[in-house]
Ligand binder design. Structure first.
Ligand code: ADP
Ligand code: MG
Length: 267
């Protein structure tokens, strides 16, 4: 069952065809990676899905199980967000002077305001729910800390909790681990993969670290110069000649994997 269907999506900036005739589907509960070199068109794709950019051509259909199919083309970001398409921000979106818990509570209050009557909710319920979300991202012990005191990796986990407070059906994560140390990257992506499994959330994400992508993504799409050049499992993508060519040209991201496999084969 697919939650998002994209057909023939295209976008140019002046003479630059940033996204060319891209088609793919994202399945319910899938952790789908969109990879490709810098300038491949990944962020442009994300920004068309979330309404920040209007496609020149193509179809974007959201099909959440419990409601009718929605055409996203030409819709405002706020509308798309209300329909359950969440995103984590490349620019940090937390309030530094507030505590970790208060930041999540703010998001919950805003979510409840959009979905039903604000006055029907007591704030202590939001507090309990905030703590549940913090537990989900393993930050309950930091609930009382001011955001300004958080390490970068913790801030990213808080942003994830804030995104989850809006109960998204589909979560878009454009480089969620940008600026993080390698160990923090792995930890964050493991956390997201676990949440995807636990609650059947659908996620589309980009990530530079190929080890992380190969280990955690259910399926991988590869963009190059605006075109979708491959899609498949980690195994299929690793062995795809065109993908290897694109990546080998810009420095071998597969070298480590291949070396590992050779090692396993020998032993
Ligand atoms: P990625 O996220 O894969 O690195 P982008 O989607 O950001 O790639 O960019 C794809 C191409 O579109 C690049 O050539 C980039 O320079 C161009 N581009 C992206 N956004 C704009 C914009 N707002 N105006 C002009 N050109 C843009
Ligand atoms: Mg980008």
């Amino acid at each position: 069952m697919s939650i998002l269907t994209i057909e023939g999506l295209s976008k140019s900036f002046g003479g630059v065809e940033a996204v060319k005739n891209v088609s793919f589907t994202l399945n319910e509960g899938e952790f789908l990676a969109l990879i490709g070199p810098n300038g491949a068109g990944k962020s442009t794709c994300f920004n068309m899905i979330n309404g920040y950019l209007k496609p020149d051509k193509g179809k974007l259909l959201l099909q959440p199980q419990e409601s009718k199919s929605r055409n996203l083309v030409g819709k405002k970001p706020r509308q798309i967000w209300r329909w359950g398409v969440g995103r984590t921000f490349q620019i940090t979106a937390t309030f530094a002077s507030m505590t970790v818990r208060e930041n999540v509570q703010m998001a919950l209050i805003s979510h409840h305001k959009k979905s039903f009557n604000l006055w029907a909710r007591a704030s202590h319920l939001d507090r309990d729910q905030a703590e549940q979300l913090l537990e989900k991202v393993s930050m309950l012990d930091m609930a009382g800390q001011a955001c300004s005191e958080l390490a970068y990796g913790d801030l990213k986990r808080l942003e994830l909790a804030i995104a989850l407070a809006h109960d998204p059906k589909l979560l878009l994560m454009d480089e969620p681990t940008a600026g993080m140390a390698p160990s923090e990257r792995t930890a964050l992506m493991e956390l997201v993969a676990q949440i995807v499994k636990d609650q059947g959330l659908s996620v589309l994400f980009t990530e530079h670290d190929m080890d992380v992508v190969f280990e955690h993504a259910d399926r991988i799409l590869v963009l190059n110069r605006g075109e979708l050049i491959a899609q498949g499992t980690a195994e299929q993508i690793r062995n795809d000649a065109l993908v290897q060519e694109v990546y080998l040209g810009g420095g071998s991201v597969f070298a480590k994997e291949t070396a590992n496999e050779a090692h396993h084969a020998e032993t």
